[in-house]
Design a protein around this ligand. Structure first.
Ligand code: ADP
Ligand code: MG
Length: 784
């Protein structure tokens, strides 16, 4: 038996865990068993294998396999299943074939996916210094890609944060992009442009790729084709039919927010604070918009106008959101429909969704006048003809049956026969009781035993001669008759027939609804846009946000700006702050004691900008913003969980990437750069970095620092200004005002902050003394 296991295992990529069905269990062996037992916290045992001694084994029962697979996939493993089937010719023997390969980036099952997150699978191939990056979301059918210079691959992938990345087999480790994902090797030839063209043409059923804008992009054609091939190689070779089209995108169309910046800015918290979406599609789209802000003023304005339409009309907004609340995950249902794995419940929820589209269009009609985006979206909500009617007519909402009575005459007749067979039994029982005179006689049924006549033990003497004895129990006995057995086979036949017809009709309905899948995906996307813009409007009203004025003019002007997350979590009321930065005065050096509000202020400026470019209202009294091409952040070591690497090295690597990639249109946030090294090293580096940003890069830069020496830059560089997070000294105690104002902070108040933290008075007093002497006399011997 392990021979067959080894054969199947050899067909799979080595890291794929194979679950091999043995009876009602799914077993894993050897290395797989070790991985599985660890990942699932189940027992590792062993079994005897012919000629190999004992091999490790870990298994799970069939009824819980789905749940275990979901856990493994979530943990980043790929899994395959070899199911056992009766051997076609040899009775009582089994064959096993791989029926499914599931990988983290290709799952479409709801129990593995989280509703609010997209689950991307990407492929990358490099040709002549140009990289093709293709991305697919298997559960929604989204399929897109672009070409970038080879060096830009990691940044481009950051945009998508794929769970899994398909790369040409035998790619050297040092040539793999530095991202966190499961790497899946695929045959090299599948990445060839000619092979890519073939598989894309075949998949989409087209004679050329003009319609997809793929001409002259051989690397992208290779990557996209490899993805289609890869998807097709899983699930027993079923092509990924949910993927119905491809569009190229321009890397310039959206801002790149790398994962460090997303983390530094606390984007997750921003999402959870502002998300007011009502549908899973909306939830995923909100996240996508925030992770990829726009760069074109016109598109930003279109979104803002849509938000405006909802923000200005309470009734409209709430009616729209009520209808949205009734719409299930159409996008993922559409995918299951295409894969022909949609359940009757999926079909019913799809019907419910389509029923909600009418009312949604009605309310939207009122909003669309003022908004190009919403009127475009309204146009995309054309319902596919006949789908809803078909589901209503065919799918039953009753428990225990799939197909509605009256839909198919053939099925109705089969059911009638089955139910008639039931009446026959009741009649048979009454007649037998009468004929035999045995009052305790009744007809029963048990799985494995079939139908029988049962009489009480005391009556066994009175049963008719033609009853065949089957079983004696403690208190009664069971018999059958030829007539009953004949009936039984008719009855079971009728049941099977009903099942068979139901399944057949369900398959026909799925196939019919499948035709509408592209329409359903289109509707799902339109619903998502409505949901996100209405969510932005709801958050804006609830959280008192304003519509930003967005332009091409370089500069950020914010009146009474707030931090979208911190404003809800401060002990004292949040203090709003003003921001003024532009080309001519482009570098702000911000000093002030610890805990005074510098980091919050920096992030607040970045987040207001980011929200505005997403098309959202912003937490401010008013805001006028020039579009920035990228937001760079570098946050000091102490503000971050230390990773394994040397913090100074991490810091300098990040600083290098900012200095090399930022432009005069970028927004740069530097928070305590230079901390990870000695004071003089750190200060000199901070100084040089600030100078370079001001003179050469000319980006809009906010630089918070505890190096007071940096405030001297303002005297030297024309575009540099000093700001401070202000504090008040009241009777020797300091009070943080959290107000950012012009000027340089002369004292670091470090000793005061230490006192607040509860250091013994003896220590803080002595420190105060040393500080005083340091300031007047310079470094000396402090003994005595
Ligand atoms: P710094 O970077 O100057 O050391 P932070 O920006 O981390 O200080 O702020 C310290 C704390 O002060 C924050 O956790 C927050 O609770 C509070 N805080 C910051 N800014 C404000 C503000 N504008 N209004 C009210 N509280 C604030
Ligand atoms: Mg700070």
């Amino acid at each position: 038996m392990l021979g067959r296991y080894a054969e199947l295992k050899a067909q799979l990529p080595p890291e794929t865990i194979l679950f091999y069905q043995v009876g009602t269990f799914f077993e894993t062996f050897e290395e797989d068993a070790k991985k599985t037992s660890q990942a699932l916290s189940i027992r590792l045992t062993s079994r005897e294998a012919a000629g190999e001694g004992r091999v490790p084994l870990a298994g799970v029962p069939g009824h819980s396999i789905q749940e275990h697979l979901a856990t493994l996939l979530r943990k980043g493993h790929s899994v395959a299943i070899a199911e056992q089937r009766p051997h076609p010719v040899k009775p009582k023997q089994f064959t096993r074939e791989i029926s499914q390969v599931l990988t983290p980036g290709t799952v479409i099952e709801d129990n593995v996916l989280s509703a609010g997150h997209a689950n991307y699978l990407a492929a990358v191939v490099v040709r002549d210094g140009t990289a093709g990056v293709a991305v697919v979301e298997a559960s929604t059918g989204e399929f897109t890609g672009t070409e970038v210079p080879e060096g830009g691959v990691a940044a481009e992938l950051e945009r998508w944060s794929p769970r899994e990345l398909v790369v040409p087999e035998r790619t050297m480790a040092e040539n793999l992009p530095k991202i966190e994902a499961k790497f899946s090797p695929a045959p090299r030839w599948t990445f060839e442009p000619s092979a890519g063209e073939q598989s894309l043409k075949k998949h989409f059923g087209v004679s050329n790729l003009k319609g997809f804008g793929l001409e002259g992009q051989p690397a992208l054609v290779g990557a996209a084709g490899a993805l289609i091939q890869y998807l097709g190689s899983l699930r027993a070779g079923t092509p990924p039919e949910q993927v119905v089209s491809f569009r190229t995108y321009s890397p310039d169309a959206g801002m790149v927010l790398d994962s460090t910046t997303r983390r530094n800015l606390g984007l997750e918290d921003v999402i959870s604070t502002t998300d007011r979406t009502r549908t899973p599609m909306g939830q995923r789209t909100l996240r996508r918009w925030l992770e990829r802000p726009l760069l074109e003023v016109e598109r930003i304005e279109q979104r803002l106008s849509a938000v405006d339409a909802f923000a200005g009309d309470y009734m409209l907004r709430e009616e729209t959101r009520d209808v949205l609340g009734r719409i299930p995950d159409i996008e993922r249902i559409a995918t299951r429909i295409v894969r022909l794995s949609a359940s009757p419940n999926d079909l019913l929820s799809l019907k419910g969704a389509l029923e909600a589209i009418g009312p949604l269009k009605e309310t939207l009609n009122r909003a669309a006048e003022g908004s190009q985006l919403l009127s475009r979206v309204l146009g995309a909500m054309e319902e596919p003809p006949g789908v809803r009617e078909l589901i209503s007519a065919a799918i039953s909402e009753e428990d225990g049956e799939i197909i509605r009575a009256g839909y198919s005459t053939e099925l109705d007749e089969a059911r009638e026969f089955r139910d008639g067979a039931h009446e026959w039994l009741t009649r048979f029982e009454a007649e037998e009781r009468l004929k035999s005179g045995v009052k305790t006689l009744k007809v029963g049924y048990r799985d494995g035993e079939g139908y029988f006549i049962e009489v009480a033990g005391k009556d066994t003497g009175s049963v008719p001669d033609h009853y065949q004895h089957r079983k004696a129990l403690k208190h009664n006995a069971r018999y059958v008759t030829t007539e009953l057995k004949e009936h039984e086979s008719r009855m079971l036949g009728a049941r099977d027939e009903v099942d068979r017809l139901e399944r057949q009709i369900l398959a026909e309905i799925r196939a019919a609804v499948k035709e509408a899948a592209p329409d359903l995906q289109r509707i799902a996307r339109a619903v998502a846009v409505v949901d996100v813009t209405a969510s932005f409007a709801a958050a804006a009203t609830e959280l008192r946000y304003c519509r930003p004025a967005v332009s091409e003019e370089r500069g950020i002007h914010i009146v009474a700006g707030r931090h979208p997350v911190v404003e809800h979590n401060t002990e004292t009321p949040f203090v709003p702050n003003e921001t003024e930065i532009e080309g001519a005065s482009r570098l702000q050096i911000i000093t002030g004691p610890n805990m005074a509000g510098k980091s919050v202020y920096l992030r607040q400026v970045a987040l207001v900008t980011l929200l505005a470019q997403t098309g959202s209202y912003v937490p401010a009294g008013s805001a006028t913003l020039g579009v920035v091409d990228r937001i760079f952040t570098r946050v000091g070591a102490e503000d971050r969980l230390a990773s394994g690497e040397s913090t100074f090295m991490v810091e300098m690597t990040e600083a290098a990437s900012i200095l090399n990639s930022a432009t005069e249109r970028s927004l740069v946030i530097l928070d305590e750069v230079g901390r990870g090294t000695s004071t003089y090293d750190g200060m000199s580096l901070a100084w040089a970095i600030a100078e370079y940003l001001h003179d050469d890069v000319q980006a809009l830069t906010f630089f918070a620092t505890h190096y007071h020496e940096l405030t001297r830059l303002a005297d030297i560089l024309p575009g540099c200004h000093n700001y401070k997070a202000s504090v008040e000294e009241v009777g020797g105690e300091i009070v943080f005002l959290h107000r950012i104002e012009e000027g340089a902070e002369s004292s670091s108040y470090g000793v005061h902050v230490a006192k607040l933290a509860g250091l013994p008075p003896q220590v803080t007093e002595r420190a105060g003394e040393i500080l005083g002497r340091l300031e007047t006399e310079g470094v000396k011997d402090f003994a005595g």
